[in-house]
Design a protein around this ligand. Structure first.
Ligand code: NDP
Length: 262
C-alpha cells in the first residue's frame, strides 16, 4: 500500500466525494496521512462525520465552492492543517447536474447555465488558484518521490469531469444535458491549460470521468444506462491516478484509465 502526504476532496458530503474520503482512509492501494474533506454543510454530513470520528486523519472543513470570497480564509485553514509539507493532492469532486438528459434549446435558461459553470467549471480553477502556493510547496518538498517528474505523490489536481463534456462523443448520440455538458467541456479545457502552466512547478493536472455511477446525481436514470457503484468508480480512479506521469494531451481519462477524446 502506498501513501501520499495529504489530499483535499471537495463535495465530500456524499456520492463520489465521500467515497474518496473513505478510500483514502482504508484503501489497500493508496492512502493519505491527512485527508481534508470539505462540504458546504458539515453539520448535516453525518456519514462524513462518522468517518472523521473513526480517524484523526480526517479533517472536515466547510466550503461552498461557489463562495469565492471565502477561498482566502479557507486556504489559510488548509495551510494550518497541512503545515510546511504543503498540499499533495486536490480532488475537485463537487458538482451539480440539473435538468434532464433530453434537453432542447428551449429548455435552457441563463440561470442554469450560470450555476453549472460556477460550480463545475469556475470553482475548480479558482480553488486551484487559491491552493496553488500549498501545491507548489508539496511539489518542492516531495520532488524526490517522482525523481523530479510529475506524479500524484508529488503534487496534483484531479478534476471530476464527465464523458458528457466530450465534444467529440457528443457529436455521436451522447445525451444532451444543456449547460452540464458545456460546463464539463469548459473544465476539460481549463484542465489542459492548468496542466501546461503548472508543469514547471511540478504539479500534475488531469481530469477523470468517473464512469456512470449510482449516486444521487444519477437517480431517475438507472434504467437508461448501465451503472457502476461508487466503490468500483473510485478504486478505478485511484488506480489510474497512481500511474499518471503527466497530463494526457489527447483527451481525458476515465476510471479505467482509458483516454476519452476532448
Ligand atoms: P452527487 O450529486 O452524489 O454529489 C454531489 C456533491 O457535490 C455533494 O457532496 C454536494 O454537496 C456537492 N456540491 C454541489 N454543489 C456544491 C457547492 N456549491 N459547494 C460544495 N459542494 C457542492 O454527485 P456525484 O458524487 O455523482 O458527482 C461527483 C462529481 O462527479 C461531480 O462533479 C459530477 O459532475 C461528476 N460525475 C458524476 C457522474 C455520475 O455518474 N455520478 C458521471 C460523471 C461525472 P451537498 O451534499 O451539500 O449538496
Amino acid at each position: 500500500m502506498e501513501m501520499i502526504q495529504s489530499v483535499l476532496v471537495t463535495g465530500a458530503s456524499r456520492g463520489i466525494g465521500l467515497e474518496f474520503v473513505e478510500q483514502f482512509l482504508t484503501s489497500d492501494s493508496l492512502q493519505a496521512n491527512i485527508i481534508i474533506a470539505t462540504c458546504r454543510s458539515p453539520e448535516t454530513a453525518t456519514a462524513l462525520q462518522e468517518l472523521s470520528k473513526s480517524s484523526e486523519r480526517v479533517h472536515i472543513l466547510k466550503l461552498d465552492v461557489t463562495q469565492f470570497d471565502t477561498y482566502k480564509e479557507f486556504a489559510l485553514q488548509v495551510g494550518s492543517i497541512v503545515g510546511d509539507k504543503g498540499l499533495t493532492l486536490l480532488i475537485n469532486s463537487a458538482g451539480i447536474a440539473e435538468g434532464s438528459l433530453e434537453d432542447t434549446l428551449l429548455d435552457i435558461t441563463p440561470q442554469r447555465f450560470i450555476s453549472h459553470f460556477t460550480t463545475n467549471s469556475i470553482a475548480p480553477v479558482i480553488l486551484t488558484q487559491a491552493l496553488y502556493p500549498l501545491l507548489k510547496q508539496s511539489a518542492q518538498v516531495n520532488s524526490s518521490e517522482t525523481n523530479n517528474g510529475l506524479g500524484i505523490k508529488r503534487a496534483a489536481v484531479i478534476n471530476n469531469t464527465s464523458i458528457l463534456g466530450s465534444i467529440k462523443k457528443c457529436g455521436s448520440h451522447i445525451p444532451r444535458n444543456w449547460s452540464y455538458n458545456e460546463s464539463k467541456a469548459a473544465l476539460n479545457m481549463s484542465t489542459q491549460a492548468l496542466a501546461a502552466e503548472l508543469e514547471k512547478d511540478g504539479i500534475l493536472v488531469e481530469s477523470i470521468h468517473p464512469g456512470v455511477v449510482r449516486t444521487d446525481m444519477t437517480k431517475g436514470v438507472e434504467d437508461t444506462f448501465p451503472m457502476i457503484d461508487k466503490i468500483t468508480s473510485v478504486e478505478g480512479i485511484i488506480a489510474a491516478m497512481v500511474h499518471l506521469k503527466g497530463k494526457n494531451k489527447d483527451g481525458f481519462l476515465d476510471y479505467k484509465g482509458n483516454v476519452l477524446p476532448f
